[in-house]
Design a protein around this ligand. Structure first.
Ligand SMILES: [Zn+2]
Length: 259
């Protein structure tokens, strides 16, 4: 569930630890480390090096340490805890309680403090030397021209294109549904059927929605959110919402005004 908005909050929290030197690296489940060599290679690459930069691309947090980088994915329930401070108290689909057994990865620093990933469902991961070129453009950098290029010639559904992190980076299921609902476009439309006016509208709505929901406190603060349930109605026109699996994800949308 952490989408661009939540990971941006994590990035800001992680920047508190900038310029500290790594004194310890622990991953409590080897499977949480995706790169070859597992936790031992990760540890030897990071130890005694400085955290020099913290970046975010879409939903990925990138820690630049020494000459390498660590990509952190937060999966569905991952949270970043810096120096014992939880940066997001409430996250959908997970408990707000921090249990020791849910700590998956910790970097400790010579100067004191640490950076920990707490992830109850453990769908997240860390990866040494993550290649950021595998990710599409960050959703906050989208322009109508880029959007047009992504949609032209695409035979996939609009929702599948927006969710595809190698095309657009940062939009998760909740943001996608909110954006399409606000833009009045059906998630089932085929990419290359989206016209110029719709592309303009969609690009504007994406930026505006991210900014609004960031100010409200998260991806789950959308206007559609309370109606994502059986019997939910469209907050714009009162029509019953449709629940459908699109691109493998539960999708709520309004057949009355999204076309
Ligand atoms: Zn509607």
């Amino acid at each position: 569930m952490p989408e661009l908005i939540e990971v941006e909050t994590y990035r800001q929290a992680a920047s508190e630890a900038l310029h500290r030197t790594v004194s310890g690296v622990d991953a409590f489940h080897d499977s949480y480390v995706r790169s070859s060599g597992g936790v031992s290679r990760l540890r030897s690459s990071l130890l005694h090096n400085e955290l020099s930069a913290v970046e975010r691309i879409g939903k990925l947090l990138v820690l630049r340490i020494g000459g390498t980088s660590v990509g952190v994915r937060f999966g569905m329930t991952g949270r970043l805890v810096v120096d014992g401070q939880v940066s997001i108290a409430e996250l959908l689909y997970t408990t707000n309680e921090i249990k020791k057994s849910h700590i998956r990865f910790v970097v400790t620093f010579e100067e004191g403090g640490d950076l920990a990933i707490v992830d109850p469902r453990s769908f997240g991961s860390v990866e040494l030397g993550f290649e950021t070129s595998r990710l599409g453009i960050d959703a906050l950098k989208l322009t109508p021209n880029v959007m047009a290029t992504l949609l032209n010639g695409s035979k996939g559904t609009l929702k599948s294109i927006l969710l595809n992190q190698s095309k657009i980076s940062g939009l998760g299921n909740l943001l996608c549904d909110e954006v399409l609902w606000r833009a009045g476009i059906s998630p089932l439309r085929i990419g290359n059927s989206i016209n110029e006016i719709e592309i303009l509208r969609l690009s504007e709505v994406i930026l505006k929605t991210i900014s609004e929901l960031s100010a409200r406190g998260g991806s789950h603060m959308g206007d559609l959110q309370s109606q994502r349930r059986t019997g939910g109605i469209c907050p714009i026109d009162g029509a019953p919402l449709l629940r459908q699996v699109v691109a493998g994800r539960t999708t709520w949308w309004c057949p009355a005004h999204q076309s």
